[in-house]
Design a protein around this ligand. Sequence first.
Ligand code: SAM
Length: 236
Amino acid sequence: MRIDVVSIFPSFFDVLEVSLLGRARGKGLLDVRVHDLRSWAHDRHRTVDDTPYGGGAGMVMKPEPWGEALGAIASDASTGPQTTGPVIVFPSPAGEVFTQATARELAAREHLIFGCGRYEGIDERVFAHAASLGEVRLISLGDYVLNGGEVAAMAMIEAVGRLIPGVVGNPDSLVEESHEDGLLEYPSYTKPASWRGLDVPDILLSGNHGAIAAWRREQQLERTRARRPDLLDRSD
Ligand code: SAM
């Protein structure tokens, strides 16, 4: 999969060098390219923002650098032929909320472009223009406001990247995780069996795989009911 990121703070994405995603890049499973939006700003100060029409607080990101950046990235054929066009993701608190289902949808695509907003956001016309280059998704990390799209894009890249075959060593570990079947994951324990007066539940030491599976399912339901009843309403 190819992922392009456009940001005025490209160094936010240096962490993509480490851990599983760093290894996935090394193995060629993930081709991530981070671009500085200011490369497409041509005045002496490389300006990417201006005051809002209609007045109001803060600055708005100008459309011209975004138009050039997205056009150049979408038409860059250096990854070779692709069967589907890019998905252009704009992290936004006013977008659809990111879920594991969204991560799965994005992981099935060949090319993602993340456009990270700053200030009061990006000139609205950029989204309409981007729709002529690919599928546009405005996606929120949750109902709160961040300073910029970088942290949101990083979270999405990590959630999507770990679903790409070969990135996570044991694919079974993806299947049993929270949100994969609409429920939270069951509690996990490792050795020692007793620690600081706290014991691992006997059932997990029993060797009875059927009973363990039933206990885990019960724990998933109980935990989801207690912590996230909204998930149960949506789950089959
Ligand atoms: N004025 C915007 C609004 O009220 O919708 C918020 C702008 S915010 C300060 C700057 C940028 O941070 C946004 O353009 C977006 O890229 C990013 N951002 C902020 N909160 C986010 C969230 N919950 N999810 C995804 N991106 C977010």
